[in-house]
Design a protein around this ligand. Structure first.
Ligand code: GDP
Length: 309
């Protein structure tokens, strides 16, 4: 990518897309474009084609998706599969038809089988059954990464994919019904502190293990891949480190300075027991994360407090 290349970040207002825009700008890229949901409905094929025809972006980061935590994913599977397939089909096909030089498709670590060996290597994809609580989303994302591979194979399009682990950071969704665990717990601990409540409810048993990557690291890794990776296989992006949900809750509790108790509600689902990515491929390409979990949580908490002021 040249510093003045036209770069379209699909989903530039979201957690992931906004971090990619910040990273590109910090690296001196001057021609970064985005469209809000209102301006361009990515599930509408005609609108997407018109946009590509008029704007002719040279590079595309496909960070637009219908996303949500364990509750949203399992409650609205029809929307999760339909909207994600529509968005990615429209953008990938338009990128092909209007001769985009390179496209990076973003997925998620939930694409891997529920019971696959850990840490998860890229090659474990499609080696077993998916975790039911996010099957719809995972199926869409698997189709997207395969679509990039097939367009590369058949037409030689430089379409690559990366699969980030659980992400968190500024512009996250802090809605308790639809969010992921990190923003949910940051908000719950903060509100419990402010309201002097005796405990915070944590869903599930606290035993599942999760890996967390700050979005600023993820964005840096995505831009690095755009600049340095042309392989057919997708690439995992993560830290290679994991914590239990209980440990995560303890760290958030300390950062927020809440003095009450944790109460686990095992009527809520645990989801997959563990999903730790093997990041050796990414490290082999030359990139490694920088932001440690506690520092990232402090940053995210600060952002949350400012956003509600
Ligand atoms: P997942 O990684 O796809 O399972 O999605 P989540 O980030 O939503 O959930 C991760 C884990 O955190 C699951 O075991 C949840 O049950 C647990 N968890 C604990 N408290 C919460 C909460 O308040 N909200 C959410 N979304 N998950 C929670």
């Amino acid at each position: 990518m040249k510093k003045d290349s036209k770069i379209y970040v699909a989903g530039h207002r979201g957690l992931v897309g906004s971090a990619i825009v910040r990273n590109l700008k910090s690296k001196g890229y001057t021609n970064v474009i985005g469209k809000t949901h209102k301006e361009l409905d990515l599930t509408n094929q005609l609108e997407v084609r018109k946009f590509f025809e008029e704007e002719k972006p040279e590079y595309v980061f496909l960070a637009a998706a219908h996303v949500g935590g364990i509750n949203a994913n399992s409650t609205y599977p029809a929307e999760f599969i339909y909207e994600n397939l529509e968005i990615q089909n429209n953008v990938i096909k338009a990128a092909h038809d209007f001769k985009v030089k390179k496209l990076l498709f973003l997925g998620s670590s939930c694409i891997y089988p529920k019971m696959c060996p850990q840490p998860i290597k890229e090659e474990y994809l499609l080696s077993g059954y998916l975790e039911p609580t996010n099957e719809a989303y995972a199926l869409a994302k698997i189709s997207g990464l395969k679509m990039c591979q097939f367009f590369k194979k058949q037409y030689g399009d430089n379409f690559i994919s990366c699969m980030p682990t659980n992400l968190y950071g500024p512009n996250d969704n802090f809605d308790l019904e639809t969010s992921h665990v990190m923003p949910a717990l940051i908000r719950k601990f903060h509100e419990a502190k402010v309201n002097n409540e005796p405990f915070v409810e944590v869903w599930g048993t606290g035993k599942p293990l999760r890996e967390f990557l700050h979005v600023d690291d993820m964005a840096d890794g995505c831009v690095y891949l755009m600049e340095n990776y042309d392989g057919e296989e997708h690439v995992n992006i993560g830290t290679g480190k994991e914590v239990t949900i209980r440990e995560l809750a303890e760290i958030i509790k300390e950062v927020v300075e809440f003095n009450g108790e944790l109460r686990f509600n095992s009527d809520k689902p645990d989801g997959t027991p563990r999903k730790l990515l093997d990041v050796s491929k990414l490290e082999g390409v030359g990139w490694k994360y920088k932001i440690e979990l506690r520092d990232g949580i402090k940053d995210s908490y600060e952002w949350f407090v400012n956003s509600i002021k």
